[in-house]
Design a protein around this ligand. Structure first.
Ligand code: SF4
Length: 246
């Protein structure tokens, strides 16, 4: 009888052992986000609409050109700081011509509070010159054209085209969008270009612009990097992020 019991237990163990590899994720499935079915995505979008119906770009600007310059300045810097610098900057340099003819050392000091001021000066002056030489002094309206401007990558182009012109060219992927789209399991990539592609597959195009603003707002107000405020989050029931705080 005892021998029978031992045999039974052993065979159960070996069955569990045998089934283990089947439960393991293969490397091919590891990177596929599991939270992307249309119903779940629609629920997330509805919750974002509910929480942030008026989300918009927080960089103050009066036209597409100012938004381009402010977006270049916003790399590794807060929008609040950029807005402070921009207040006086656009009075002194109201046009692409003014920036293109700036004294680089002076401009460096003026934008110094935003960090990386030498590179940013080169980008701002280079972009202003390129606008004058190639686009009649106007910020162009296509992704391909904006990408030709010094200092403008896809994120900048998406901000400018989406906010200034209402053109949905893609999705803005900044540090908040990287973090939150991973927490919500809408992507399992870390590379902004791949994340943007993942999101563009599952978010309806007419929501691209608003979704970018809303997720950035959510990251600034609730879903913080270090300690997300899940108690106050209206996505809590949908979210199964490992680092949820409730
Ligand atoms: S529940 Fe928490 S981790 Fe998930 S989206 Fe909300 S704040 Fe972020």
């Amino acid at each position: 009888m005892r021998a029978k019991k031992i045999k039974k237990a052993t065979s159960k163990k070996s069955a569990a052992k045998k089934s283990k590899p089947l439960a393991k994720k293969t490397s091919a499935t590891k990177n596929v986000a599991a939270g992307t079915d249309a119903k779940r995505v629609a629920a997330i979008l509805a919750k974002l609409d509910e929480a942030y119906p008026a989300a918009t770009c927080e960089l103050k600007h009066e036209n597409a050109f100012q938004l381009l310059i402010s977006t270049i300045l916003s790399a590794q810097c807060t929008d609040v700081r950029v807005n402070q610098v921009a207040q006086t900057l656009y009075k002194k340099y109201p046009t692409p011509e003014a920036f293109a003819n700036a004294n680089p050392s002076e401009l460096e000091q003026e934008i110094r509070p935003t960090g990386f001021f030498r590179n940013k000066t080169k980008s701002i002056m280079g972009a202003s010159k390129a606008l004058l030489e190639n686009f009649g002094g106007q910020v162009p309206r296509t992704m391909e054209e904006v990408l030709t401007l010094p200092g403008a990558a896809r994120k900048t182009a998406n901000v400018v085209l989406g906010t200034a012109y209402g053109i949905a060219s893609g999705i803005v992927v900044d540090t908040h969008v990287i973090r939150i789209s991973n927490r919500l399991d809408l992507t399992r990539n870390e590379d902004p270009r791949k994340i943007e592609q993942d999101l563009m597959q599952i978010i309806p195009k007419e929501k691209w612009i608003q979704f970018s603003h809303q997720v950035i707002w959510h990251g600034r107000r609730v879903c913080y990097a270090r300690k997300p405020n899940c108690m106050e989050c209206n996505l809590e029931k949908i979210c199964y992020a490992k680092d949820k705080t409730i």
